[in-house]
Design a protein around this ligand. Structure first.
Ligand SMILES: Nc1nc2c(c(=O)[nH]1)N=C([C@H](O)[C@H](O)COP(=O)(O)OP(=O)(O)OP(=O)(O)O)CN2
Ligand code: ZN
Length: 133
């Protein structure tokens, strides 16, 4: 059966420090992150893969409530865009969302991508143990 990928896009604001970074990123600074979450699958009887509103609700309760307007270093060790994206993937996976891809834009010129082929279920992501606070 034909599968279709649907994507919900959200933004959140957060601060971080990359202490190892040789440049300006070793200083406290913030980003407006753009997060794209994709779910792939066959169409249901209503002609959709998953309701955009349902995807957004999972993102809100499992990602935005944890990261928006936070200091990322308090939640994720060494919060590079890569580590944030892997952590987001794990949270969505643990929430039961059939995620096919997570793309995280740290700036308007830089993004990272995690997809189903690169995820290992036994991986302990830097922020996986953290629950909503
Ligand atoms: N692979 C990664 N490299 C860098 C990361 C990262 O998470 N993964 N993070 C940073 C900094 O956090 C920085 O905020 C972003 O860096 P950069 O894209 O260089 O930001 P600029 O706005 O200065 O980029 P320009 O488009 O060149 O203006 C650094 N590297
Ligand atoms: Zn940064």
């Amino acid at each position: 059966m034909t599968t279709v990928s649907v994507t919900k896009v959200v933004e959140f604001h957060a601060a971080h420090v990359l202490s190892w970074h040789p440049g300006l990123c070793s200083r406290l600074h913030g980003h407006t992150y753009k997060l794209e979450v994709s779910v792939a699958g066959p169409l249901n009887d209503h002609g959709i893969v998953a309701d955009f509103a349902d995807i957004r609700e999972v993102i809100k309760s499992h990602v935005l409530d944890r990261l928006d307007h936070r200091m990322l270093n308090d939640i994720i060790d060494n919060p590079t865009a890569e580590n944030v994206a892997v952590t987001v993937w794990c949270w969505l996976h643990d929430a039961g969302l059939a995620t096919s891809q997570v793309r995280l834009w740290e700036t308007s010129t830089a993004y990272v991508t995690v997809d189903a082929t690169s995820f290992r279920d036994d991986e302990i992501a830097p922020g996986r143990a953290h629950g909503p606070s």
